[in-house]
Design a binder for this molecule. Structure first.
Ligand code: PGA
Length: 229
């Protein structure tokens, strides 16, 4: 089973910061790349071209959001179709920060999933336990099992508190009951000390703060890679 480690950089890093992170990442990982872990980096849109040429054995590229619409007169929006040529394979959608700060609804998340799938981008749908069922119900039935689902308890995001591993396992079962046999990853204050606990019980992790420092991110990737070898 593939184990995912997804870096969500949120609204951080300039082009120069990203270039430096990538240079260090490549050196620390080495030319052999990563064999057992699917590393996905989701930087902000202005950084995508920094990553466009990175070999697939090093990482895959994601975004943190896409427009609910197809291309057209939607000022300020980046549509899934506009990402062509940038090697974007994944998109985080429905992150709780977007739900909270931008009023994103279940229906809009469903439109985003549709746009992703129409453009060969795998959606990583974020949910907390209180609304797994509502979010699943808003999606087209045929889209459900084409998603990766990230269980992200609100209280764990950026707080230093992370969910009990047993609870993550229970929630994974609930998610798979409604979405189908999808990969379920955990996100919320994951760091090098607990990354293995979560990757061993789930399909992987979504990492915010601890992905910004290249040393801690590579430490997580290497720990999981070694455990799976
Ligand atoms: P965190 O963020 O690792 O900083 O808690 C996780 C996320 O919001 O996806």
């Amino acid at each position: 089973m593939t184990k995912y480690i997804v870096a969500n950089w949120k609204s951080n890093k300039t082009i120069a910061d990203a270039q430096q992170w990538l240079e260090s990442y490549s050196k620390l990982i080495g030319t052999g790349g990563v064999k057992h872990v699917k590393v996905i980096v989701a930087p902000a849109f202005h950084l995508l071209s920094v990553f466009a040429q990175v070999p697939a054995n090093m990482m895959s590229l994601g975004v943190q959001d896409v427009s609910p619409f197809a291309a057209g007169a939607y000022t300020g929006e980046v549509t899934a179709s506009l990402l062509q040529g940038l090697a974007v394979k994944y998109a985080v959608v429905g992150h709780s920060e977007r739900r909270r700060h931008f009023g994103e609804t279940y229906a809009q998340v469903a439109q985003k999933v549709d746009q992703c799938l129409q453009n060969d981008i795998t959606p990583i749908v974020c949910v907390d336990k209180a609304y797994i069922d509502q979010q699943a119900a808003a999606l087209s039935k045929e889209h459900l099992d084409k998603c990766i689902v990230a269980y992200e308890p609100l209280a764990a995001i950026g707080s230093g508190w992370s969910e009990d591993v047993g609870t993550v396992k229970e929630i994974e079962k609930h998610i798979q009951d409604v979405f189908g046999e999808v990969p379920v990853i955990y996100g919320g204050s994951v760091d090098p000390a607990d990354v293995l606990d979560y990757t061993l019980v789930s399909a992987g992790v979504l990492v915010g703060s601890a992905s910004l420092k290249v040393e801690s991110f590579v430490e997580m990737v290497k720990k999981v890679e070694v455990a799976l070898t």
